[in-house]
Design a protein around this ligand. Structure first.
Ligand code: AMP
Length: 216
C-alpha cells in the first residue's frame, strides 16, 4: 500500500472530502494546511491573524510561513504510519522544500494523486458549499442538503459559508491554482509520481478508484 501521499487539484475538486474518506479507510494522518490555518484563525493566534489577511482575499499564505507549519507537523511521530498532504505543496518553493524535508526525515513521497475537474463544475461546487463550523463536514445548498437547514447531520453544529467561498476570492484562488500550483503537475510527472483521476465521477466512485489504486 502507498502511504506518503500528496493530494492535488483546484479548489472545489474534492480534495478535502476524499482526504477524509481515505484517512479513515487507510489509517493515514490527514494534513490539510487550509484546515490548520482555519483552526489558527478560530483560536485567534498570531498565525491565524496573518493567515486570514491572505485567505479571505483568495491569496496564498507566504511560503516561509506555510513551509514552517508543515515541517513541524510532518516531523511528529504519528506521521510515521503514513500521511496524506491536502493542499500542500501549492508552489514550486513549497514542493522543493518538501523534497528536502521528506529526505531529511526519511519519509519519501510515494505518490501524487491529482484530481481533475472542469471550471464550471468547480464554480458550481464552491459557490454552493456550506461547511459545519464544529466538525468541518461539507454540504451543498443543492446537491448535498442537510436534513435540517443550516444544521450539521453529523454533529448538530451550525453550517456556514467559508469567507473565501465567494465569487471574488474564488476567481483569485483559481488564478493562483493555474499560475502557482498547476506547474507542480509537471514537477511530479517528471519524478514519476503523478497519477490523475477525474473527480466528475462523483465522490463514492472517486474514493473507490483512488483507494484501489493506493492499495495496489
Ligand atoms: P484550502 O482549504 O486548501 O482550500 O485552503 C484555503 C486557503 O488557505 C487557500 O486559499 C490559501 O489562502 C491558504 N492555503 C492553504 N494551503 C496553502 C498553501 N500550501 N500555501 C499557501 N496558502 C495556503
Amino acid at each position: 500500500m502507498k502511504k506518503n501521499i500528496i493530494l492535488m487539484g483546484p479548489p472545489g475538486a474534492g480534495k478535502g472530502t476524499l482526504a477524509k474518506q481515505l484517512m479513515s479507510a487507510l489509517n493515514l494522518v490527514h494534513i490539510s494546511t487550509g484546515d490548520m490555518f482555519r483552526d489558527a484563525i478560530k483560536a485567534g493566534t498570531p498565525l491565524g491573524t496573518l493567515a486570514k489577511s491572505y485567505i479571505d482575499k483568495g491569496d496564498l499564505v507566504p511560503d516561509e510561513v506555510t513551509i514552517g507549519l508543515v515541517k513541524e507537523r510532518l516531523s511528529q511521530g504519528d506521521c510515521a504510519k503514513g500521511f496524506l498532504l491536502d493542499g500542500f505543496p501549492r508552489t514550486l518553493p513549497q514542493a522543493e522544500a518538501l523534497r528536502e524535508l521528506s529526505k531529511e526525515i526519511n519519509r519519501p513521497i510515494e505518490v501524487v494523486v491529482n484530481l481533475d475537474c472542469d471550471n464550471a463544475e468547480l464554480i458550481r461546487r464552491i459557490s454552493g458549499r456550506r461547511v459545519c463550523k464544529t466538525c468541518g463536514a461539507p454540504y451543498h445548498v443543492i446537491t448535498l442538503k442537510p436534513k435540517v437547514e443550516g444544521v450539521c447531520d453529523i454533529c448538530g453544529g451550525p453550517l456556514y459559508q467559508r469567507a473565501d467561498d465567494n465569487e471574488e476570492a474564488l476567481k483569485v484562488r483559481l488564478e493562483h491554482y493555474v499560475q502557482d500550483t498547476k506547474p507542480l503537475l509537471d514537477f511530479y510527472a517528471k519524478e514519476g509520481l503523478l497519477e490523475s483521476f477525474n473527480s466528475l465521477v462523483g465522490k463514492e466512485e472517486l474514493f473507490d478508484q483512488v483507494s484501489k489504486f493506493l492499495n495496489k
